[in-house]
Write a protein that binds this ligand. Structure first.
Ligand code: TRP
Length: 335
């Protein structure tokens, strides 16, 4: 069997948080060491423009997310690591796909429908504040994936619909023009750790409950101390089934360490003491990488060089494929 291609991207519209780390970046870096797969990991900066009109924030987020992958040990010999906007073939493919995608398919997009629903609830015009980037978002994401004929796309559950759309769009293009695209499959690893934020809901920028990954030690401690618990006193047994703190700890700790914590809950550990253990554990896991991260952010030249090298490798695949696709749709020299 030929090598499988695995591809995933992170939108560069915010600061990386613990949820990005345990849910996406850490498993992706581990997977890139597998010699049987080609990994493509990228910074989705075109996607960032859909939600974020603040140029400085897009730039800063791109820098921080790139530095994060490298600081956490992504070896760019193991994965093609690039910035979406360095691959001009991606917007070109986006247009080709846009022209063979049914508008009705996009009308069904959850993200778009939710934005319309919010407007209706607020008694606004249904289109209020909705840009075409939001509407077309799934086509751009499809181009990201099809551009490298990825077989597997690790994503969070919230992205499953986008992967179904990518398959639909690929199949339709293949049907119309010939067999150019692999139909990609989503990989939602159930064991992949999804962690709640400080308030117990999914850790997400939109809920404002994230713990940034690279907080300096003291602030990290403070953020962990703020994780919501209940008012049980020291000495009273705590319920491990309903504890945001334990869920977060579990994403970092070994099964044995988790079991010890469950025992401590049963023994009535004070919340402050439990939080201190969680802080020390997470801090120990991150502290070396934090130093590398700080150094990288201060030296963007190193990051930029990595990204340009990655773009070159990515285009070794994308440019010839795009050439074929242009010919396939009838855009080619006349003689
Ligand atoms: N939409 C994804 C997210 O918000 C990011 C993304 C953009 C992506 N293009 C992609 C993920 C292609 C996987 C493959 O999480």
């Amino acid at each position: 069997m030929s090598k499988q291609t695995v591809l995933t991207g992170i939108t560069t519209s915010g600061t990386p948080h613990l949820g990005n780390y345990v849910g996406a970046i850490k498993p992706a870096i581990a997977a890139s060491k597998n010699p049987d797969v080609s990994s493509y990991y990228f910074l989705a900066d075109y996607h960032a423009l859909v939600k974020c009109g603040d140029p400085e924030r897009v730039r800063q987020s791109t820098l921080e997310i790139a530095a994060t992958w490298l600081a956490l040990g992504l070896d760019t010999a193991d994965a093609v690591f690039y910035r979406q906007s360095d691959i001009p073939e991606i917007p070109e493919l986006t247009w080709f796909l846009t022209c063979s995608t049914a508008k009705g398919l996009m009308n069904r997009s959850h993200a778009y429908k939710a934005a319309v629903q919010d407007n209706l609830n607020a008694k606004e015009d249904p289109d209020y504040g909705i840009n075409m980037g939001l509407f077309n978002y799934p086509i751009l994401m499809t181009a990201d994936i099809l551009m490298f004929n990825a077989h597997k796309v690790p994503v969070g559950k919230d992205q499953l619909q986008h992967l179904e759309m990518a398959r639909d769009i690929a199949a339709r293009f293949n049907h119309q023009y010939g067999d150019y695209f692999v139909l990609p499959e989503a990989v939602v690893d159930e064991s992949t750790k999804l962690i709640p934020g400080q308030d117990g809901r999914k850790m997400s920028k939109s809920y404002n409950n994230t713990i940034p990954l690279w907080l300096p030690e003291k602030k990290l401690r403070k953020a962990i101390m703020k994780i919501k618990t209940n008012s049980l006193e020291p000495g009273e047994p705590k319920d491990p089934e309903d504890s945001t703190l334990l869920t977060i700890y579990s994403a970092f700790a070994s099964p044995e360490q988790r079991a010890e914590m469950v025992q401590a809950y049963d023994d009535g550990i004070a919340w402050g003491a439990a939080k201190q253990i969680v802080f020390e554990h997470i801090n120990a896991e991150l502290s070396e990488a934090r130093e590398r991260y700080t150094e990288l952010v201060a030296n963007p030249v190193i990051i930029e060089a990595e990204l340009l090298k990655g773009a070159e490798s990515a285009r070794e695949y994308a440019t010839p494929l795009m050439q074929k696709l242009r010919a396939a749709v009838g855009i080619r020299a006349l003689i």
